[in-house]
Design a protein. Sequence first.
Length: 130
Amino acid sequence: MQKVSHELGLPIGCKAKLGLIVLQSDETIEYEFWELISGLNLALHVSRISSDANVSEDGLMAMKKKLTTAASLFPEKLRFDAVGYACTSASSVIGSDIVAKMIKKGCSAVQVCNPMSSLIEACKYKKVND
């Protein structure tokens, strides 16, 4: 048997493990994330959450109960550095703290973010007042 020389690379996601909860109807965000993190040695795991075709406050609030289930579909043994919820409308209706709480019930995550929490942090960083 011939020996072939080889060199092992870094393990997948050795810099960080990211989770992303995406709306069932979203067709682009995974591609956009891969474009952003390509070559950075970050692991990206994606889960889906069902959502109504028609956007309404009731429909957005209904996703609150589904967040924990969506988060629980990630591989069980992973501890994420961050999990993002990719729904601006639902994040604003449900509230960032509740979104984080529901996601952390379903998976192990150091940080949870969503478009609303990111906006708030960006405003704080830029010292934007009410």
